[in-house]
Design a protein around this ligand. Structure first.
Ligand code: PLP
Length: 400
């Protein structure tokens, strides 16, 4: 009998972690590697937030808190939802967890029965399908067409809904495409969802503050308040406040689901780190100008990367509205040979050859359920980005 449970055969290690690990190994061998594979800001956590954490330690805030997070932090989350999107959540409808990832995990574990379906538009973040599978649900992957700007259409959503559908996931701005949905984009999806009252909505808004050219990503409940009673609105501090390591995410959702998530969290991790909660409180209630400064840097980098990648032979790169990723098409390079003589049948081969031959780490589209593409993170300093794009151009020019 194996020590490892059967359920572990149904999920796989995150592909992004696999690539980052290979990139680190090459770096350790002394190779000059530029990693564009990680999904985290290169900015430091702002000093006022770090100082709040130090003050919390010194004040002895080092004990267990309420499982769902301190009352102060839950109130601050509710206030942020109100200020940012006009959403009205009571503190008992808020749960704070160890990252947005745990919010997703808790929500799925607390609600899915075996065979329940979760609709996931692709390209999608690597963890959604595996979390749904772990919770014994069935991920229903719906590919979004590039011609539609990688956005799910109302018809595609309608066609994917069955009597077994329990969840519909939407991530805007999206990891890996950077594509975001405005209020007008969400309206037709809301109309479909109103016709199917058994479907719950999980909206992952973790990149909502990272949007460019004045684009304002919308969230379901503000566009259609009638969906409030079956929506989990998730957000967190990882991306917007450069706090990936602090592990704080949260959601607003009806009491029944929040309570179930709370019970699950109480029997697994208990409260998220008390010190990180104090830092998150400062992030949500302190000065917000840091975000605007970070957004202008990201926007300039996005423009640089899109322009340079479109000059690479065989690549086509659209300009996304948010997050810190671009998702160029590389199909013209597939079935061909890399400059170093490697056959590139798949996007994964392309990524492997690019890493070995030019020292640039990116993630293949198939990791996001969307083959033929590449995810490039521009959460890296501008000089490295320029150098990486020059190397990509050189690589692509040598493909034959
Ligand atoms: N959702 C998306 C789309 C993400 O890209 C990530 C992180 O990469 C998360 C959720 C989880 O964020 P965290 O657990 O760091 O809050």
């Amino acid at each position: 009998m194996s020590i490892v449970a059967d359920r572990m055969t149904r999920i796989s290690p995150s592909q992004t972690i696999v690539i980052s690990t290979r990139a680190r190994a090459l770096k350790a061998e002394g190779r000059d590697i530029i990693s564009l594979s990680a999904g985290e800001p290169d900015f430091r956590t702002p000093q006022n937030i770090a100082s709040a954490a130090i003050a919390a330690i010194e004040a002895g805030q080092t004990r267990y808190t309420d499982v769902a997070g301190t009352p102060e932090l839950r109130r601050a989350v509710a206030e942020r939802f109100r200020l940012d999107s006009g959403l009205d959540y009571k503190p008992e409808e808020i749960i704070v967890s160890t990252g947005g990832k745990q919010v997703i995990y808790n929500a799925m574990m607390a609600t899915l029965n075996p065979g329940d379906e979760a609709i996931i538009p692709a390209p999608c973040w690597v963890s959604y399908p595996d979390i749904v599978t772990l919770a014994e649900g069935v991920p229903v992957i719906v590919p979004c067409r590039r011609e539609n700007g990688f956005r799910l259409t109302a018809e595609e959503l309608e066609a994917a809904i069955t009597p077994r559908t329990k969840w519909f996931f939407l991530n805007s701005p999206c990891n890996p495409t950077g594509v975001a949905y405005s209020a007008e984009d969400l309206r037709p999806l809301c109309d479909v969802l109103l016709r199917h009252p058994h479907v719950w909505i999980f909206t992952d808004d973790i990149y909502a503050k990272l949007a460019y050219d004045g684009f304002r990503p919308a969230t379901f409940v503000e566009v259609e308040p009638r969906l409030r009673e079956r929506t989990v609105t998730m957000n967190g501090v990882s991306k917007a406040y450069a706090m990936t390591g602090w592990r704080i995410g949260f959601s607003g959702a009806p009491v029944a689901v929040t309570k179930a998530m709370n019970t699950l969290q109480g029997q697994s991790t208990s409260n998220p780190c008390s010190i990180a909660q104090a830092a998150a409180l400062e992030a949500l209630t302190g000065p917000q100008d840091f975000i605007g400064e970070m957004v202008s840097v990201y926007q300039a980098r996005r423009d640089l990367v899109v322009s340079m990648l479109n000059q690479a032979q065989g690549m086509q790169c659209d300009t996304p509205q948010g997050a810190f990723y671009v998702f160029p098409n590389i199909e013209a390079c597939l079935g061909k040979t890399s400059p170093g003589g490697r056959l590139m049948a798949t996007d994964e081969d392309f990524v492997g050859a690019l890493l070995e031959e030019e020292g640039v780490a990116a993630v293949h589209g198939s990791a996001f359920m969307y083959p033929g593409y590449l995810r490039i993170s521009y959460a890296t300093d501008t000089e490295s980005l320029r150098e990486a794009c020059t190397r990509i151009q050189r690589f692509c020019a040598g493909v034959n």
